[in-house]
Design a protein around this ligand. Structure first.
Ligand code: ZN
Length: 62
């Protein structure tokens, strides 16, 4: 018996996403900025607006 199918922890549909930078709830029915970070697969980071995304990218890219 093998159980190698590991589910990743993506946000379930209908759940509000939170801004990676400030933690504000994001309305996923509207467009919102995201950043895809390559690594072990792609991680998708969501942001409440482009200012938050820019700030996060600057802090990250030090
Ligand atoms: Zn934010």
């Amino acid at each position: 018996m093998s159980n190698e199918c590991s589910e990743d922890t993506t946000t379930p549909e209908g759940q509000p996403r939170r801004c990676t930078s400030c933690g504000a709830a994001i309305d996923t029915r509207e467009w919102y900025p995201v950043v895809a970070v390559p690594g072990d697969g792609y991680r998708i980071y969501a942001f409440c607006d482009e200012a938050c995304r820019g700030r996060w990218q600057r802090e990250r890219g030090k």
